[in-house]
Design a protein. Sequence first.
Length: 394
Amino acid sequence: MIKMRLPNGFGSVTKLSGKRRKPWRARATSGWSINTETMKATQQHVNLGCYEKKIHAIQALTAYNSNKELFLGLLELYKKKHITLDDLFTLRSPKTSPETVIRDIEKVGTTLNQLYLLWRNDNSKYGCASKSDHRQYVYDHAYKLCDGIKHMLIKDITLSVLQDLVDTSEVRENIASVLKQLLKSMFRYAIIHNYITPDMDKVQYLDLSNVKAGNKNPSKRFSSDEIETIWKYIKKDNASEYTSVVLMIIYTGLRVSEMLDLKKSNVNLDKRYFKVVDAKTTAGIRVVPIAEKIVPFFEFWLGKNENENLISGRNAKNIKSGIFRRDYWYPLMDELGFKHKVHDARHTCVSLLKTANINDTWIKQIVGHKSQDITSDTYTEIEIKPLIEAINLI
């Protein structure tokens, strides 16, 4: 095989040692320095970033040599995830970067699109960047519905404008609800940063009563045959280790985010329970029993690597829920020939518990649903025994 050589002065691409997600480094010569004592010249380099594929590093060199100053400016925006890799290589400046937005706001005011960009890239408590990958994906999808008003100044967006947006969108109730959540978060952010005054926020009065009811993709439980198929599949030599995660969710009823955030230090395998200490609701903070049939899976993941989280990715690092769905869940469902969302596994746990005639109070405690009879802060480790007995019945 003939090895292609890059032109002289073009730059270099090298593969860094070790296991890295982005092992290919692109560098270019920025100049030379002369040692006055030895009179030897030494090359000075500028780092153009590290990339997953060699071709990406070569594309970076090509873009850099086309317009060095523009490329280096865009590289900083790419590192902050304000532009895509394609934008970087084609030297496309974003129409609005957070820096540009702030300058524009000082001149003419804040448009909905400018507000979304600022909120979307803010990693603080009230920004979107601090939320899970899946939640960011859901909000990005909902924001597409705002295309018709995104260039309006937010101070001019009245309740009638918002109501018309919902009424003409023809979306179903679940999507409309997400849109309302998105707008509430954005307008709260605008108030906090003094882009508008509290009286300008009319989102809370948005009426969704005329929106179509129902869900296009309601949760559906794994059938008994499908669960049996998973148990048979996991015994195969070439079975993915992440097949066990499917069964762990089915037999614990965890939300996927709860499973991926579960720390090894919160698992007590001897007493057959673990603690969920971070959840989307107060009821979600709870003690969860470990069914006898999935104890080997917990043993496997506890000894898997040094990661503090129980479940880790192929690179031994934490997995975001969106990445888990894309890279692990859906490829596995395709392999098994199933059409299931991750939430279907949690839904299956509830269904199995009800089929086994488990007391509703126990079911709510196990899966973290709100109950009037019992709360997680009054539930003690000593009372885990009836929950273990319940979970072993499914």
